[in-house]
Design a protein. Structure first.
Lengths: 114, 115
């Protein structure tokens, strides 16, 4: 399977705990994106990487959220001191960076904060 | 600011019939891209079709076509010959070309195909 992969697919945690999600993009894609989707809504942009550089970050992303993409390959999204409002689907996407720049999404990580 | 509006929260269509899902957008970018994605209950966003703002012809991909009316700022998705497997959420998205690569998504339309 050469698509975008995400791990874990589901995560249940208690409020106040830290969680980390991983995304492996399509191998030749140099752009990587994180989105958050809550029930009944479309995905909302969180942050974006071009290779290893984090080029854009949403104002939605509080200081408790951090993302990295070391070596421009896989990426991690960490949420510290989770809150119930963080419960959502976290989607990762990657793109080639060509003229159409279509983003291809992974299956998502569903986070539930108790 | 960019915005995508999908005014149909839910739609029904009979199997083998065609259906149109509405999408209007707002942007001040002179160049932009419009996308449609399908999200089944499993949660994965599946890319369906892309239309560039300067493309002269409407995009088509198999049973999917995009009815792009630039003056009206609409980018409706047409699904022909609906199948039961088309039942899903459908999202319209836009990307501005200048300065940002993030997508702005609409709130989606839930399509149910009836046997």
């Amino acid at each position: 399977d050469t698509g975008v992969s995400q791990d874990p697919r589901h995560k249940i945690t208690k409020r106040g705990q830290n969680v980390t999600f991983r995304c492996d993009p399509i191998s030749e894609h140099n752009r990587l994106y994180w989105y958050r989707q809550t029930l009944g809504q479309g995905p909302e942009f969180l942050t974006y990487f071009q290779n290893e550089a984090q080029l854009e970050k949403s104002r939605l992303l509080s200081d408790r959220f951090s993302a990295e993409r070391p070596k421009g390959s896989f990426s991690t999204l960490e949420i510290q001191r989770t809150e119930q409002g963080d419960s959502a689907m976290y989607l990762c996407a990657s793109s080639l960076g060509n003229s159409g720049d279509t983003q291809y999404f992974g299956p998502g990580t569903r986070l539930t904060v108790l | 600011a960019q915005k995508i509006t999908q005014t149909q929260p839910g739609m029904f269509v009979q199997e083998k019939e065609a259906v149109t899902l509405d999408c209007t957008y707002d942007t001040s970018d002179p160049s932009y891209g419009l996308f449609w994605y399908k999200q089944p209950s499993s949660g994965e966003m599946i890319f369906l079709i892309y239309q560039g703002s300067y493309d002269q012809q409407n995009a088509t991909e198999g049973r999917y076509s995009l009815n792009f009316q630039k003056a009206r700022k609409s980018a409706n998705l047409v699904i022909s010959a609906s199948q039961l497997g088309d039942s899903a959420m459908y999202f319209c998205a836009m990307r501005g070309i200048s300065g940002t690569y993030k997508y702005i998504f609409g709130t989606g339309t839930r399509l149910k195909v009836l046997a």
